[in-house]
Write a protein that binds this ligand. Structure first.
Ligand SMILES: [Zn+2]
Length: 86
């Protein structure tokens, strides 16, 4: 599959997820609880979200570069995460 550049699409991520059918079923859709209820964007550090992104090569570990590769324009939640004092 040719590398494809994704444009920033904000909350329209559901569209480009649905548009691609050549991925495993469990990598097709962001889980409902992986979407922030405050802003309808992707939660950070959510296992299901991270897996979908990895399957779609939107965010994955590149062993050659030895670092995480993250595509620009991922519609991540920008809400302030609750912080617990440890
Ligand atoms: Zn949010």
């Amino acid at each position: 599959m040719p590398e494809q550049e994704f444009q920033p699409m904000g909350a329209a991520y559901a569209g480009w997820l649905a548009a691609q059918d050549s991925v495993p079923a469990d990598g097709k859709n962001i889980p409902a609880d992986g979407v922030c209820s405050g802003c309808d964007r992707l939660k950070r550090d959510h296992e299901g979200v991270e897996r979908v992104l990895a399957i779609r090569k939107l965010k994955y570990f590149n062993p050659d570069m030895r670092r995480m590769v993250v595509k620009a324009g991922l519609p991540y939640c920008n809400c302030q995460r609750p912080r617990r004092a440890g």
